[in-house]
Design a protein around this ligand. Sequence first.
Ligand SMILES: Cc1cc2nc3c(=O)[nH]c(=O)nc-3n(C[C@H](O)[C@H](O)[C@H](O)COP(=O)(O)O)c2cc1C
Length: 187
Amino acid sequence: MKSLILYRSEYGSTEQYARWIGEELSSQHDVIDNLSKYDMEDYDLIIVGEGVYAGQMKAAKRLVPIIERYPDKRFIFFIVGIADMEDKVNRDKLYSDLAKAMGPAIEKTKVFFLRGVLDYSKMNLKHKSMMWMLVNYLKKKPKKDLPKDGDQLISTYGKKVSFIDKKSIEPLVEFAKGKLPDENIEP
Ligand SMILES: Cc1cc2nc3c(=O)[nH]c(=O)nc-3n(C[C@H](O)[C@H](O)[C@H](O)COP(=O)(O)O)c2cc1C
């Protein structure tokens, strides 16, 4: 089985996951902007990953024409976000954001959820102000209406939080190696 990993990463956590997955599968990883360098015919499995920003998944949109052109290949998409991925509410939200980006092509894609990093010292101005707006919006909500990890977003505002974890790639790697059932994965 030959696989290719393509990713979009603004601050490096998705890139780190892509590197780890690449090591486990002995496959090449590259930024999705270099997509045209590769002939998809050469691969059995195409893995795409990206860090999510306010629900936006740009790399996912670039996977769609590949799925449409090569429907018999296997596809994995991994989402990297700061949300608690153990929480089904968060996974459902991210899955529905992904479904919006991919349309029906999502049915052919196995989806995994991995947790990343928030480091305010590295954020660009646009991202800093988006986080400022989000945290201020959350602060105004009554505690009972806060999302489960809302408190954590408020208390870690301005700091660095990292949930990056090599072990969390294991189910993806097992699936890629064909050791887990091949049905489309509802989150
Ligand atoms: C402005 C902004 C918006 C974000 N929006 C989301 C989001 O909607 N859901 C989520 O789980 N994480 C969100 N995150 C967290 C990022 O997805 C997380 O930091 C991830 O590790 C980024 O991946 P990267 O380092 O590969 O760019 C956001 C981060 C920033 C700075």
